[in-house]
Design a protein around this ligand. Structure first.
Ligand code: 13P
Length: 257
């Protein structure tokens, strides 16, 4: 089963609308017609409009970094699926470890968002991953399993094809410490086994599992060569057109093998 690679940039709380237009232009100029792999940028809400305009006519997709599961109503400060779709978002990142940590998001709440995203036609990028403490305690697989099963509770085998999982070991995010390709592959294979136990082997083979955590041009080729690593969710290296495009090119190379 050949899954299309996806290189997605998670900009986090970086870039104003004006800065986003410049960054997206840089990406589109170099990688805007790339069709061998999927490419997406996920800017903050306030830059979605500018990014969407700058992406027009290119093959680069747009995503948001979060959303609220309700359709509308008295939820001050929150953003619905329809609001991000208005800018042409195809993807939405859900359950990032920073949201789990700083905003105390639970698996049940993330699951509500995953289901709401799917119901409105968005592709959720569901993030899972262990902390350093959990890795050292030997509970990595338990943690990732609970997060994966919890996040996907009630999702059907037909719907799961639209879901992207991002394995992001928390200790590797923004630290410069990357999981070795072997370490990452081991967890990716376990995630696929978990998916297979829920959705069957066919369903599991269709889900893309991205690696995230200090992925950069220097380590991307080795990570993307692993059998169950289907792309990357990129933080720091997504904030400069050159490094992001270099990761896209690594995925193009990996796809050609
Ligand atoms: P870095 O690439 O900066 O480590 O961030 C990874 C990440 O959190 C992507 O969602």
């Amino acid at each position: 089963m050949s899954r299309r690679y996806l290189i997605a940039g998670n900009w986090k709380m970086n870039k104003t609308a004006a800065e986003a237009a410049v960054l997206v232009k840089g990406i589109v100029d170099q990688a805007g017609s790339e069709s061998a792999v999927d490419v997406a940028v996920c800017p903050p809400f306030t830059a979605l409009d500018a990014a969407s305009r700058a992406l027009k006519g290119s093959k680069v997709a747009l995503g948001a970094e979060n959303m609220y599961p309700k359709a509308s109503g008295a939820y001050t400060g929150e953003i619905s699926a329809d609001m991000i779709k208005e800018f042409g978002c195809e993807y939405v990142i859900l359950g990032h470890s920073e949201r789990r940590e700083y905003f105390k998001e639970s698996d049940a709440f993330i699951n509500e968002k995953v289901k709401a995203a799917l119901a409105s036609g968005l592709k959720p990028i569901l993030c899972v991953g262990e902390t350093l403490q959990q890795r050292e305690a030997g509970t990595t697989i338990d943690v990732v399993s609970t997060q994966t099963k919890g996040g996907l509770d009630g999702v059907s085998a037909a719907e799961v094809e639209k879901v992207v999982i991002a394995y992001e070991p928390v200790w590797a995010i923004g630290t410069g410490k990357t999981a070795t390709p072997e370490m990452a592959q081991e967890v990716h294979a376990q995630i696929r086994a978990i998916l297979s136990s829920i959705f069957g082997e066919d369903g599991a083979q269709k889900v893309r599992i991205l690696y995230g955590g200090s992925m950069k041009p220097e380590n991307a080729d080795a990570l993307l060569a692993e059998k169950d690593i289907d792309g990357g969710l990129i933080g720091g290296a997504a904030l400069k057109a050159d490094s992001f495009v270099s990761l896209v090119n690594s995925a193009v190379k990996a796809a050609a093998k």
